[in-house]
Design a protein around this ligand. Structure first.
Ligand code: ATP
Ligand code: MG
Length: 261
């Protein structure tokens, strides 16, 4: 810098440039390594899941056969049904773990143009019978105009179905679950409202966490992964999910998705 020929300035500049380049390169390597770790874990979960499926199917069918062929006494029937339920629970857990690993590591979802109202009609049709059986009214209110989004139909359906399933699970007979779609402030909104048991204010921030269940009585049949998966899918669609709830009065889950025109 003391010389007027510019030579020292050039060296300083070169050092700065190389340092910045090295930092960027190190950062890139770190990200690549992280992604590789995630991929290895995802492949492991996938392989392990397939290994679990066969013995699980053998256990389940074995129990069915014993129940039918041996005609056991009532208390044994109860035991067998509890074991079958647990086998089914492990199956669901495997599916959910596969889904989580897929959405965390796999390629992004494949989207196509879709009217959200089509999914809403399918959801209503799928859950109507279960709602009736539980003494719950399942009401469908669709937006007057289509609600076009870009979505992976099966993944978005899975996310919304998890929310509707919860609404039915946590609403007592005589209650109502309402599925609504609307265009609000230039976005497609899906709202699932229930008149169920509600969620305590201190639990609200945690309901999207992995394996979180506010109601411990649910342990053993539900892993607490449904909302984690739902939120991940919605985020992969560029959307958001919000919840408001009041204990003993019910909950409202709002899903907001960008409109595609
Ligand atoms: N509509 C709702 N009303 C009351 N509580 C709810 C509602 N939806 C979610 N919750 C609470 O949030 C927890 C987490 O929900 P989530 O769907 O992730 O798990 P889960 O339903 O218990 O199990 P899984 O979905 O894996 O079968 C639930 O266990 C429940 O305590
Ligand atoms: Mg759930």
């Amino acid at each position: 810098m003391r010389n007027n020929d510019g030579s020292i300035d050039c060296i300083v500049q070169a050092i700065v440039d190389i340092t910045a380049y090295k930092n960027a390169e190190a950062e890139r390597m770190k990200l690549t390594l992280e992604q590789e770790k995630v991929n290895i874990l995802a492949r492991f979960i996938e392989d392990a899941s397939h290994e679990f499926r066969t013995p699980l199917a053998v256990i389940y069918t074995g129990l069915e056969l014993i129940e039918r062929a041996v005609k056991p006494p009532p208390e044994t029937v109860l035991r067998i049904r509890a074991m079958k339920e647990q086998a089914m629970y492990i199956g669901k857990l495997i599916d959910d773990m596969l889904a989580m690993s897929h959405f965390d590591s796999g390629p992004a979802i494949v989207t196509m143009p879709l009217d959200v109202n089509f999914l809403m009609r399918d959801l209503h049709a799928e859950f109507e019978e279960a709602a009736q059986a539980g003494g719950i009214s399942l009401v469908l209110k669709l937006s007057a105009v289509p609600a076009p989004v870009r979505a992976s139909p099966s993944d978005l359906y899975r996310a919304l179905a998890n929310i509707v399933q919860n609404a039915l699970d946590f609403t007592v007979p005589g209650g109502t679950v309402t599925l609504e779609s609307a265009i609000v402030e230039g976005a497609a909104t899906v709202r699932v409202t229930d008149t169920g048991i509600g969620i305590a204010t201190e639990d609200l921030p945690r309901i999207f966490d992995r394996f979180f269940r506010a109601n411990q009585a649910r342990t053993g049949r539900h892993a607490g992964l449904g909302l984690t998966i739902a939120r991940r899918i919605i985020e992969l669609h560029g959307g958001q999910i919000h919840v408001t709830s009041e204990p003993d009065r019910g909950s409202v889950f709002n899903v907001v998705l960008p409109l595609s025109r």
